[in-house]
Structures are given as structure tokens and as C-alpha cells.
Design a protein around this ligand. Structure first.
Ligand code: TXA
Ligand code: MG
Length: 341
């Protein structure tokens, strides 16, 4: 057991000192909290896998504090790729976009990259965290700060719940704004540019920011998908509370609820659906009434209802398949054991 200190945002230098000493420090970003270790300390990076229970073939992304830092770690970039990276970082960094690029050898240990010839890099949009990384003097790894398979953390309490006594510190912050992990964009594939994981930055937004670019989706929104995953992390079941989750579209919600009425069910639904349902005495968590609000609270909703006493089932509204709902649907479908749509 180590003592887990909650570090005030203004004390980011304390976080940096712990990281430099090889300790693990969780940190806030605009997406979800990450579990940080300095990326050139193999033992610390190994400890990240170990405390998360993360499979070792699932590489970590690294977080930098300045856009141009990506050029310190990426290699063999054509002038066109360099220009593209500049356009992307100008438009979206700091922000929820991870870029997969060919990595210079021997800068990050094998543990970081899982032995791949590429690395994922991003600059998170969070002032205290950027200052902490700058003070550390080297990028930090940052998988989401949850036990492997559990919903990602959007509040300091979530991180504390999963890692109290197992990590040295957590940099404090109000809840994260976006609520789901960054968009992962693969720039290392000769076949084209691929979104490997949907996030707040959509293909349309990227295509608008970089005229002439074509962005392909390489994501499985279906839990039944047999596609080979390009992002190693996407093959694992994810985001699941202990209580089973059903994803149900608004259209079928009332019917499914009726057929399951003998069970004690928690509901995660939009305001508009709530108005049309009879949910007397049911544990309910509101998604608000926009794609953004739903996405930002999804993980907190799953964690909150997982802790509610005696629930046998969590029914979550599956929002329609629009581009803005892609990240929400992707995470919810991965968390669900049944889908009604
Ligand atoms: O928003 C985020 O990205 C958060 C915050 C903390 O920054 N971090 C995060 O990290 O979500 P993680 O490790 O939970 O997810 C990174 C994803 C995984 O699906 C992983 O498989 C994929 O990126 N990935 C990492 N390196 C890769 C690589 N070289 N090639 C393809 N996919 C990669
Ligand atoms: Mg994760």
C-alpha cells in the first residue's frame, strides 16, 4: 500500500517530482483522467500496466506539453506528412486528438509501444496537467486511469475508487468536460488516414480543418464485430460495470422495460425519453438532451448506477447513429451485454 495524495492543481510541481522519482500520478485531461508515469522509466511504465491489469500487448499513448514536441519523437515523416501534422495540431491541439506516427527507436521503452513501430501522441487540454508535463521534462504515458475493463474516470473520485493505495498521487480537477477518450487518428498507414477510435473530434471536423484530406473510419460500433482491430485496445471488452448493461433505443425503450419489469432496473436516459416513460421509483440518471451532455456523463452514469444498491440491470438509451453520437455509441455498445435497436 502507498499513500495516495490528492494534489492541488496549483501544486503540479509536486506531481512532477513524484513522476521524476518513478512514481505513478493520475492526471486530469479534457477527456478522461489518465494514469501517468514518465515515459522513459520502464519500471514505472510496467507498473502502470500492472496496477490497471492491462494486457501487455495494448500500447500506451504519450502526452506532450507543446505541439511541436511530436517532431522530437516521430520519424521518417515526408514533407507532406509534416505539413499535415502541423495542420492537425494547429487546428486541434491542445485537444482530444491522438496522432499515431512512426516512432524514433529507443526513445520510449518497448513497454510503452508494445513493440510496435508507431506511437500515439497527444497534447491534452488541461492547464495544470500541461504544466506538470513541462515540469517533468519528458512526455508521460497516460492510459485512462481506470481498472482495465471498467468505465473510464471522469471525476477524481472515480480514480480514487480504482487506485487508492496503489498510486502515489492524483492531480485534482473538476470533472472532465468531454467525458470519453480522445479520437485516435492513424497517420502511419500507407493505405490512408484512419480513425481507430471515435472521440469528440469527428471525421467531418478533420476534413473541414484540412482541405482535401479523406478520413476513413476504422471502428467497430458493434459488439458482434469480427473485424481485426487496428488499435490493439479496441479488441477488448470495455467500460463494463459489474451490473449488466442493456443498450436500448428510445423507440423500444418502453417495451423492453415492460418485459423486464420484475427486475430492479436503473435507467440512464435523455430528458425527452424520461418525459414519455412511467418510471416511478426507479433509479434514474439523466443524459441531458444533447449528444454532448450524454457523452460527457455516460461513464459517470455507469459508475453511479453500478454502486446503487441491489440493481440487477442498467438500461441505457442508445442514441441514434449520427456522427456526433459515434463516440457515445461506441463506448456504450462495448459496455453492453444486449442491444435493442
Ligand atoms: O483521451 C485519451 O486518449 C485518454 C487520456 C488520459 O489522454 N487516454 C487513453 O489512453 O484513452 P488508452 O491507453 O486508454 O487508450 C489508447 C488507445 C488504445 O485503444 C490503444 O490500443 C491505442 O490507443 N493505441 C495506442 N498506441 C497505438 C499505436 N501505436 N497504434 C494503434 N493504436 C494505438
Ligand atoms: Mg482506456
Amino acid at each position: 500500500m502507498v499513500k495516495t495524495t490528492i494534489i492541488a492543481e496549483t501544486d503540479y510541481e509536486q506531481g512532477a517530482a513524484l513522476l521524476k522519482a518513478g512514481e505513478l500520478v493520475a492526471f486530469p485531461t479534457e477527456t478522461v483522467f489518465g494514469l501517468g508515469a514518465i515515459a522513459n522509466n520502464d519500471a514505472a511504465v510496467q507498473a502502470v500496466y500492472q496496477v490497471k491489469g492491462r494486457p501487455s500487448d495494448n500500447p500506451l499513448i504519450v502526452h506532450v506539453s507543446q505541439p511541436d514536441d511530436i517532431f522530437k519523437y516521430a520519424q521518417a515523416l515526408t514533407p507532406e506528412k509534416k505539413a499535415l501534422i502541423h495542420q492537425l495540431t494547429d487546428a486541434f491541439w491542445p485537444g482530444p486528438l491522438t496522432l499515431i506516427v512512426p516512432v524514433k527507436p529507443d526513445i520510449f521503452g518497448k513497454t510503452v509501444t508494445g513493440g510496435l513501430v508507431t506511437v500515439g501522441i497527444r497534447m491534452p487540454d488541461h492547464e495544470a496537467t500541461l504544466k506538470m508535463i513541462a515540469a517533468t521534462g519528458f512526455p508521460i504515458v497516460g492510459p485512462s486511469a481506470n481498472l482495465s475493463g471498467k468505465p473510464s474516470p471522469t471525476k477524481v473520485e472515480h480514480v480514487y475508487h480504482d487506485f487508492n493505495g496503489k498510486i502515489a498521487g492524483i492531480l485534482n480537477s473538476p470533472p472532465t468536460k468531454v467525458g470519453v477518450e480522445s479520437t485516435v487518428l492513424d497517420l502511419s498507414d500507407d493505405q490512408g488516414i484512419f480513425i481507430l477510435r471515435p472521440g469528440a473530434i469527428t471525421a467531418s471536423m478533420i476534413e473541414k480543418a484540412v482541405p482535401g484530406i479523406k478520413v476513413n473510419q476504422f471502428i467497430s460500433t458493434s459488439i458482434a464485430s469480427k473485424e481485426a482491430p487496428k488499435a490493439p485496445g479496441m479488441k477488448y471488452r470495455h467500460y463494463s460495470p459489474d451490473v449488466p448493461v442493456y443498450a436500448v433505443s428510445a423507440e423500444f425503450f418502453a417495451d423492453v422495460l415492460r418485459t423486464l419489469s420484475t427486475k430492479k432496473i436503473g435507467l440512464v436516459i435523455s430528458e425527452s425519453l424520461a418525459k414519455s416513460l412511467d418510471m416511478a421509483e426507479m433509479e434514474t440518471y439523466s443524459l441531458g438532451d444533447s449528444s454532448q451532455s450524454a457523452t460527457s456523463v455516460l461513464f459517470d452514469a455507469l459508475r453511479t448506477l453500478d454502486e446503487a444498491p441491489d440493481l440487477e440491470l442498467i438500461m441505457v438509451e442508445l442514441l441514434p447513429e449520427t456522427e456526433a453520437n459515434l463516440a457515445y455509441r461506441n463506448r456504450l455498445l462495448k459496455a453492453s451485454v444486449k442491444v435493442y435497436e
